[in-house]
Design a protein around this ligand. Structure first.
Ligand code: PEP
Ligand code: MN
Length: 346
């Protein structure tokens, strides 16, 4: 929001009144003031130096008409959002029979890093369904740092996972790595995952959107929240049924944890921007002993759900064994979270 001070009015007095309304305002010199979009009240008019106040995003929500009635305020311009579809989406997304976000309780998405065989995913799906997990995760196409690491079993693994999920009444979330595979992934998945390394692969975002499926958009490891939300807008503008954001840690400087879990971003997105955001503590920490405490912290911060890697024998996992929980460890974690996350700030 941009507020223009009437010429002749005392900007310091106007600022005091605005602050009293609960607004955090930053004065702008005339030359830097952006051109107003939709303007409420009288236009700023030409001639004479003007003071403008830019209202910071952290301000409490104030109706523009009450700002206009502040003595000395001439005009109020509301800035146009660069991601109108995401703003309109609201705090929840429907994924098959599951709702992620809003008033719904936490959604549990769990499974192996990689889908290793039909029998492996089937057995794990049975255990996870018994623990209260709603969506089965697992990678068929794996984005690996080294070309020599296991790359996933590809299309056949998608079939294994879909069948395992069907047998146990679970939904499926799995990653599309390439625009060429996104159609096949969409046929098998209820929620298409876009991985961290691909958050700004715009061709892939477009292709994922065009399938009409909801998208789980992981945060790029050095992406700002604005970049992340614009990437979500790409999916929506091309037809995605909804976008769920997934915080999975950003690049830090200390290798003690694999990444740096940004729970401030989670709280901001959940409470201020009212968007569905889930947390992946597995890739955020790289260590199974940190999954439970960070999962609880994520829910307390406003996460709508958790994406957690689980393996029956982590020491033999084809990828990411050190961060995989045993099924019974996941069961204990789910059991310890007795109440839905608090979703509003009073
Ligand atoms: C994954 O979830 O399998 C994965 C590779 O995660 P990320 O894109 O967050 O590294
Ligand atoms: Mn993994």
């Amino acid at each position: 929001m941009l507020i223009t001070v009437r010429s002749g009015a005392d900007p310091a007095e106007v600022q005091k009144s605005l602050v009293a309304l609960g607004l955090w305002v930053r004065p702008l010199v005339e030359a830097r003031a952006p051109v107003a979009g939709a303007t409420a009240g009288a236009s700023a008019g030409a001639g004479g130096a003007r003071t403008h106040f830019l209202v910071e995003a952290c301000s409490s929500g104030v109706d523009p008409s009450s700002v206009l009635s502040v003595p000395g305020v001439e005009a109020v311009a509301e800035s146009r959002s660069p991601h109108p579809l995401l703003d309109r989406q609201g705090p929840s997304v429907r994924v098959g029979r599951v709702t992620i976000g809003g008033e719904a309780g936490p959604v549990w998405m769990a499974g192996p890093c990689s889908i290793e065989s039909a029998a492996h995913i089937d057995e794990l799906a049975a255990q996870l369904a018994g623990l209260g997990v709603q969506l089965l995760r697992g990678g068929a196409f794996k984005p690996r740092s080294s070309p020599y690491s296991f790359q996933g079993h590809g299309l056949q693994a998608l079939g294994w996972m879909r069948e395992a999920a069907r047998r146990r009444g679970l939904g499926v979330v799995t990653e599309a790595l390439d625009a060429a595979d996104v159609g096949a992934v969409a046929e098998m998945a209820d929620l298409i995952q876009i991985g961290s390394r691909n958050m700004q692969n715009f061709a892939l975002l477009k292709a994922a959107g065009q399938t009409g499926r909801p998208v789980l958009l992981k945060r790029g490891m050095a992406a700002t929240l604005d970049e992340w939300r614009l990437a979500a807008e790409y999916c929506l503008v091309h037809g995605a049924a909804g976008v769920v954001l997934c915080e999975r840690g950003i690049r830090g400087f200390d290798p003690s944890t694999r990444n740096l879990l940004d729970l401030g971003a989670v709280a901001l997105l959940a409470h201020h921007h009212r968007l569905p955001v889930v947390v992946d503590p597995s890739h955020a920490t790289g260590r199974r002993d940190l999954i439970a405490p960070l999962s609880r912290a994520a829910l307390a911060a406003g996460a709508a759900g958790l994406l957690i890697e689980v393996h029956a024998s982590p020491g033999e996992a084809l990828s990411d064994g050190p961060q995989a929980l045993l099924p019974e460890e996941l069961g204990a974690l789910i059991g310890s979270v007795t109440r839905p996350a608090e979703r509003t700030i009073s």
